[in-house]
Design a protein around this ligand. Structure first.
Ligand code: NAI
Ligand code: 15L
Length: 273
């Protein structure tokens, strides 16, 4: 596979999309990745971005035409009614893969989530890190939609030869803001490193990876991400003392502290629109 250069970034107006617009291009070949941007909201300062909903199959087909790869971030990123999740995350992701198939795009990087396996107990004491083949335990309709996206990616690999790296992202924000996040945080710079590895690794078929930095308090195994060439450079530990002083240690009697998905297993944040 030739190294991808032109990449469609869906969800470009969102938090992660905004970070990646800034950080990802520099990793690309030659002059860097050429990003084509898509979101249902206009992307600030990017008049050429494509404003389209994932429900619009004609717009998706046009958006993917001629790109070498797709990074699929668009969708509902929190919990919502089943009907909303069905439209944006399930049908929307299907529509995007159909557009990729119709236009011959060979590689997708899919933003999956820790919430596909959110009910998994976090490791305690000498427990091993959570392996990548841990059983699915979605904690919300949102997490369930990420399970669907991963399975859709598997189907489109086996049936249509479209390769995907599904990145089960922990928490990718400029800084960790909770004690739980110390264990699942992926710095934006490491996020760009991981997306670059996922775009360029050879023969990935459908590969599922955990998306985190090299955190001292890591809960899950990064082996399948490292096998793509990902070398995380960051660690949340410099934030630990302040967060522990403010919030205290994780409580072993509180499921929001003992399950990978954190508050999503008890009180999931709701998508506002
Ligand atoms: P976000 O909510 O900030 O951005 C999502 C973007 O998708 C928004 O700009 C929104 O307008 C767009 N969008 C939503 N529905 C759409 C539709 N039907 N058609 C077109 N665009 C639509 O979320 P964030 O944090 O940037 O996350 C990006 C992706 O990464 C999401 O798929 C999320 O589930 C996933 N993820 C993010 C994590 C994180 O820590 N930021 C952790 C795990 C997964
Ligand atoms: C996610 O999947 C969400 O999209 C993001 O907003 C965070 O809540 C993250 O998980 C997390 O678990 O911290």
């Amino acid at each position: 596979m030739p190294a991808p250069r032109t990449v469609l970034l869906t969800g470009a107006a969102g938090g992660l999309g905004t970070l990646m617009r800034d950080l990802l291009p520099g990793h690309g070949p030659g002059g860097g990745y050429a990003l084509r941007l898509l979101d249902m909201r206009p992307v600030e300062g990017e008049p050429e971005s494509i404003v389209a909903d994932l429900a619009d199959r004609d717009a998706l087909r046009e958006a993917v035409r001629g790109v070498d790869a797709i990074i699929h971030l668009a969708g509902i990123s929190l919990e919502a009614s089943f009907e909303k999740i069905l439209a944006a995350n399930i049908e929307g992701t299907y529509n995007l893969y159909e557009a990729a198939r119709e236009e011959g795009v060979g590689r997708v990087v899919f933003a999956s989530s820790n919430h596909a396996v959110g009910y998994t107990p976090r490791p305690q004491g000498d427990d091993p890190l959570i392996p990548i083949d841990t059983p699915r335990r979605p904690d919300t309709f949102y997490g369930l939609s990420k399970c669907f996206g991963e399975d859709l990616a598997q189907l489109y690999w086996e049936r249509h030869g479209i390769e995907t790296v599904s990145v089960r992202i922990g928490s990718c924000f400029p800084e960790p803001t909770s004690v739980r996040m110390l264990s699942v945080w992926m710095s934006p710079a490491d996020g760009a490193r991981l997306f670059h590895a996922a775009l360029t690794a050879e023969n990935v078929g459908h590969t599922v990876v955990h998306g985190s930095s090299a955190n001292t308090r890591l809960w899950w195994d990064l082996a399948s991400a490292r096998a793509l060439g990902y070398e995380p450079q960051d660690d949340s530990e410099p934030y630990a003392a302040k967060l522990l002083a403010e919030q205290g240690e994780l409580d072993p009697a509180n499921p929001a502290h003992t399950r990978l998905g954190g508050p999503f297993v008890t009180d999931p944040p709701i998508w506002p629109y």
